[in-house]
Design a protein around this ligand. Structure first.
Ligand code: ATP
Length: 251
């Protein structure tokens, strides 16, 4: 018998950070981080204010250039196709001064879709985000919850393989949060890999497969969410899960 065949197949990371460091204003803010994002998983990034969560997301997505180290997409430097396979949703949605539908159409146009295919895809996205009735409204007059639904729909409409979300529900009420979580979970069920920053422990338990816990620009802990929350090894993550205050200057 081939003993190699009995070994579990290791999933290759979709995205990897190797010795990622970022400095600005004479300060090192991200200190040589190594992380891997597994395909098809929902990886949550948690940690205190200022621990570097947004910076890490921006570095992984290629919006910031690392001072040293590298980000790899399927083991290689990200090319144009890799960038097109990723999308990001920010804490505060940035809407074009156009209608809801035009915001979706614009994203699809940039992605190279035209004609019937574009119209059909935009319609599906409207339905998915429950925004069909608001299709003709200026996007900027929508409520915060509706804008964030549009932002998630606009990110998903081009069918990314990887979706980054930076605290997408931090200013939303429970009903709006639920709708965003449903959109993200539906995308995940269709195979989209998720990397999401959240401060919300309930959301982490509802949505996380893997956890990266940052403390002062370093990875304090990472692993399966149940393991990190159930038996945290680092003091920073332990304090967090127990609801204790633990400041960035504690070590
Ligand atoms: N361009 C920059 N120049 C200098 N300092 C920066 C820059 N961007 C971020 N920082 C600092 O880096 C640290 C990490 O910022 P980051 O936004 O990643 O934190 P965070 O973990 O996302 O925090 P929060 O939970 O408050 O959103 C902060 O102290 C921030 O002030």
């Amino acid at each position: 018998m081939d003993i190699l065949a009995e070994r579990p197949v290791e999933a290759k990371p979709l995205l990897e950070a190797r010795s990622l460091r970022f400095a600005a204003g004479g300060q090192t803010l991200i200190h040589g981080i190594d992380v891997a994002v597994e395909p098809g998983k929902r990886t949550l990034v948690m940690g205190a204010n200022g621990s570097g969560k947004s910076l890490l997301l921006r570095l992984l997505h290629g919006l910031l250039t690392p001072s040293s180290g590298e980000v790899l997409w399927r083991g290689h430097a990200p090319d144009r196709a890799a960038r097109r396979a990723q999308a990001m949703v920010f804490q505060r949605p940035v809407m074009l001064r156009r209608s809801v539908l035009a915001n979706l159409n614009f994203a699809l146009k940039v992605h190279g879709l035209a004609g019937r295919a574009r119209a059909d895809r935009a319609q599906e996205a409207l339905e998915m985000a429950r925004l069909t009735d608001l299709a003709g409204h200026p996007a900027r007059v929508l409520s915060g919850g509706e804008q964030q639904r549009l932002a998630v729909a606009r990110a998903l409409v081009c069918e990314p393989e990887l979706l980054f979300l930076d605290e997408p529900t931090s200013s939303l009420d429970p009903a709006s949060t639920q709708m965003i979580e449903d959109l993200v979970n539906d995308a995940h069920a269709r195979g989209v890999t998720i990397v999401m920053v959240t401060h919300d422990m309930g959301q982490a338990r509802r949505m996380g497969d893997e956890m990266i816990f940052l403390h002062a620009g370093r990875v304090a802990e990472r692993g399966p969410l149940d393991q990190v929350l159930g038996a945290p090894r680092s003091e920073a993550a332990r304090a967090w899960t127990q609801g204790r205050l633990y400041t960035a200057t504690d070590h």
